[in-house]
Ligand binder design. Structure first.
Ligand SMILES: Cc1cc2nc3c(=O)[nH]c(=O)nc-3n(C[C@H](O)[C@H](O)[C@H](O)COP(=O)(O)OP(=O)(O)OC[C@H]3O[C@@H](n4cnc5c(N)ncnc54)[C@H](O)[C@@H]3O)c2cc1C
Length: 448
């Protein structure tokens, strides 16, 4: 093919000023040396970039919020990164209870914009995650038991396909693409430029809580949490984090969409466990409640690299799982954000059938992830091995894995991320990207 397309938008080639800044992802372990970055200013820039990449035979990576948790997802050596982060429009329609957001928005900006107008949409634990990447993978967080996943609220989308064509998907047209984009993961079908979400009136106030326990009590707390959190009020979302033995603690952050009195009643079973070292439980106006839950990312003295792995629990961990968890937490490097994280499942998530959207893992009781982290590149191998070996040990006690918190150590990963939806995802892939232009180490291969 003769090269004829010009790159448009803000274009940064290797060697240009701004290249190093463009290259910095949230996790330095995922930084690469692409040939060129295109920061799209409009959908047409995305289309031109795709055509240009195909004419020049360079690999493509879509990128929005730079929070990829594995390598070669939103950057690749010698490739073209199509970055949507400068597409930032948010339009709330109060009549239809919908919001159209361009995919360059970060979660915190959307939550804040909606909250100031009395609306809410689900979010995770960090304001800086990109809506571009979090949405197609699912989007889990403390409101999910009431609102469903972020992807459960996705009503329509705009995407640029491998030929540079602008495709729209909704229940009425290209409904298979909408189905696949609700859990199939970013980077598979094309570059998303707009999402239309269902939004809800926000409550006037909500009760938020932040509770901590000493690290030594983690086993007691996790055991109690696993028997309590999946079964408590579906208006209560709870994130439980356990840090490394060296310097870590146990902390629980969450929200109850109701008054403080009722929140205290629902929290009682977990508050009565161990000896809490901090109990901050407050009823706040909705906007303040979102700030409490989505505090600005901590300013860390240095950047940490991470190896994550994730899964879902269908029943409480047996003692053997706690043994492996303890071994991991004892080996994890101190002074880093390593540890375990649990989020309660159920409620609105379970009400949707596993095959109704591409997000398959609907029936577990909780989500679990763990990450090992490091600063010195020479510590990478041992930390990656620590997280991946822990997966092997915990495998009998978990199912599946979350595509937004991937682990490239998982072999034959399709059914692990997508369960019985994998075959259909491959067929949708064959329809929208038969030549597998949008690929990455664990992307969905087109059906033959
Ligand atoms: C600090 C932190 C906190 C997190 N917390 C949560 C949480 O609470 N809940 C949760 O569900 N997840 C969470 N995640 C995981 C997060 O959902 C994924 O890392 C997500 O893929 C990030 O999207 P992004 O746009 O920021 O990242 P990027 O690095 O820009 O992209 C990540 C992936 O999505 C693809 N992608 C990005 N934009 C587009 C687009 N416009 N079109 C097509 N594909 C695209 C990329 O190609 C890549 O494969 C967290 C991650 C981090 C680092």
């Amino acid at each position: 093919m003769k090269a004829k397309t010009q790159l448009t938008g803000r274009v940064i080639f290797k060697g240009d000023p701004g290249y190093e800044t463009a290259r910095k992802n949230w996790d330095p372990h995922t930084d690469r040396f692409p040939k060129v970055f295109v920061f799209a200013k409009k959908t047409r820039d995305v289309a031109n970039a795709i055509k240009w990449a195909r004419e020049h035979k360079v690999p493509i990576r879509p990128r929005s919020g730079r929070h990829a948790l594995e390598t070669n997802l939103s950057q690749v050596n010698g490739g073209l990164v199509i970055d949507t982060s400068e597409l930032k429009k948010i339009t709330l329609n109060k009549k239809s209870n919908t919001a159209v957001v361009e995919t360059g928005n970060r979660v915190g900006r959307i939550v804040d914009t909606l909250a100031r107008q009395g609306y809410m949409a689900p979010f995770g634990d960090s304001p800086s995650v990109g809506i571009g990447g979090i949405t197609p993978g699912g989007g889990i967080g403390p409101l999910q038991r009431t609102t469903g996943l972020i992807s459960d609220n996705l009503l329509a989308l705009e995407m640029v396909d491998a030929k540079g064509r602008i495709i729209r998907a909704s229940k009425k047209r290209n409904s298979d693409l909408l189905w696949a984009s609700r859990g199939g993961g970013g980077g598979n079908f094309g570059v998303y430029t707009k999402y239309k979400f269902k939004v809800r009136r926000a409550p006037v106030r909500a009760t938020v809580f932040s509770i901590t326990w000493p690290w030594e009590q983690f086993e007691e707390v996790v055991k109690a949490w696993q028997r309590w959190a999946p079964f408590t009020s579906t208006k209560l979302g709870s994130e439980l984090s356990i840090g490394p033995k060296k310097g870590g603690n146990v902390s629980m952050l969450g929200v109850y969409l109701g008054c403080k009195k009722k929140a205290l009643k629902f929290l009682q079973p977990i508050l009565s466990v161990g000896t809490t070292t901090k109990r901050d439980i407050q009823s706040l106006p909705w906007l303040q409640a979102t700030k409490f839950l989505l505090a600005p990312d901590p300013i860390l003295p240095q950047k940490f690299s991470n190896q994550f792995s994730s899964g879902f629990g269908r029943r409480p961990f047996p003692d053997k799982a706690f043994k492996y968890m303890r071994e991991f937490l004892e080996k994890a490097e101190g002074g880093t954000p390593a540890g375990f994280y649990f989020l309660n499942w159920g409620g609105a998530i379970r009400k949707i059938a596993p095959r109704a959207t591409a997000f398959y893992w609907r029936d577990p009781q909780y989500y679990v992830e763990w990450n090992s982290s490091w600063v010195k590149p020479s510590h990478a191998a041992k930390n990656i091995a620590l997280a991946r070996n822990t997966r092997k040990k915990l495998q009998p006690f978990i199912v599946g894995s979350y595509i937004n918190v991937p682990d490239q150590g998982i072999k034959c990963s399709g059914p692990v991320y997508y369960g019985k939806n994998f075959a259909r995802l491959r067929r949708v892939k064959a329809k929208y990207d038969p030549q597998n232009v949008f690929n990455n180490p664990q992307s969905i291969p087109p059906a033959k």
